[in-house]
Design a protein around this ligand. Structure first.
Ligand SMILES: N[C@@H](CCC[C@H](N)C(=O)O)C(=O)O
Length: 280
């Protein structure tokens, strides 16, 4: 039996933050919320934390004006179908796909996102570095897991984060439900990180992602975690190695920008069943 009539897909991940990749250069796919939800569903679909549609910026109606039309654009959707401004692990996987498929040469690549163009470098060892842009502190806030309260900082990494540095045992946190947050600080929802310092320049992080739930890694979240950990150490710039449930990434925050370096992997490719797609 073949399922080759429907759209082509690939499956990939960056530190186990996993994505369905949909090559769609001319923007012909109708990517509805319900199709994204079906693709990401781990029982009735392929299963993923999000979808990365690979489309030329010029073929997309809502690409920011700052993104040139010939740039490959990462049209990112969360598993619940919502659109997010930015996905750090997604950009790494997206750039890796561009190189593996021959759409871009290895080395320096510009990737379009809703937060603007992100310069990327692919390395011979399979790691990918993304320039994530400035990570901006915009206040303090708090959340709770069960009865335990956590103070944190609000960080804009293109998308919103509440990063809480804590001495609590991260393994004991139940992140099945969205930790509560202050809607006056985060009117569009928030990704929440719990960060524990484990060495002079090393932290561990767990995350609850907006539009997804707990994930095994969040690239923008590791940048927010680094900003929060640096601040807890009385610093505004520096590097941190960030251990997440799905692996390890390196983050550097400078006065003007931030970078994220980590692995990216493609695991499968195929075609969606045309009938399944039509009814998804
Ligand atoms: N996993 C991503 C972040 C994806 C978007 C996020 N859930 C949001 O809604 O802002 C990453 O690696 O950065």
């Amino acid at each position: 039996m073949r399922t080759s009539d429907g759209p082509r897909f690939l499956k990939g991940h960056g530190t186990q933050n996993d994505f369905v990749i949909l090559p769609d250069p001319d923007g012909e796919l109708k990517l509805t919320d319900s199709r994204v939800q079906a693709l990401c569903d781990r029982q009735r679909g392929l299963g993923a934390d999000g979808v990365l549609r690979v489309v030329r910026a010029g073929a997309l109606e809502d690409a920011p004006e700052s993104v040139p039309s010939d740039v490959w654009f990462m049209d990112y959707r969360n598993a619940d179908g919502s659109i997010a401004e930015m996905c750090g692990n997604g950009v790494r996987v997206f750039a890796h796909y561009l190189v593996q498929s021959g759409l871009a040469a290895p080395g320096e690549i510009a990737v379009g996102t809703r937060a603007g163009v992100r310069p990327v470098v692919t390395h011979p060892d399979g790691r990918v570095t993304v320039e994530m842009g400035p990570a901006t502190l915009f206040g303090e806030s708090a959340t709770k897991v069960g009865e335990t309260g956590f103070d944190g900082v609000a960080v804009d990494v293109g998308n919103p984060h509440l990063a809480c540095v804590t001495d609590a045992d991260l393994d004991s946190l139940d992140l099945k439900v969205q930790p509560p947050f202050d809607e006056t600080v985060f009117p569009n929802g928030v990704n929440v990180e719990f960060v524990r310092r484990t060495g002079p320049e090393r932290v561990r992080m767990r995350v609850h992602e907006r539009g997804v739930g707990e994930t095994r890694s969040c690239g923008t979240g590791t940048v927010a975690a680094t900003v929060a950990a640096l601040r807890a150490d009385g610093l505004t710039t520096g590097r941190r190695t960030v251990d997440v449930l799905g692996g390890t990434v390196e983050v550097e925050v400078t006065g003007s920008t931030s970078t994220l370096t980590g692995p990216a992997e493609l695991v499968a490719s195929g075609h969606l069943d045309a009938e399944w797609w039509a009814h998804a």
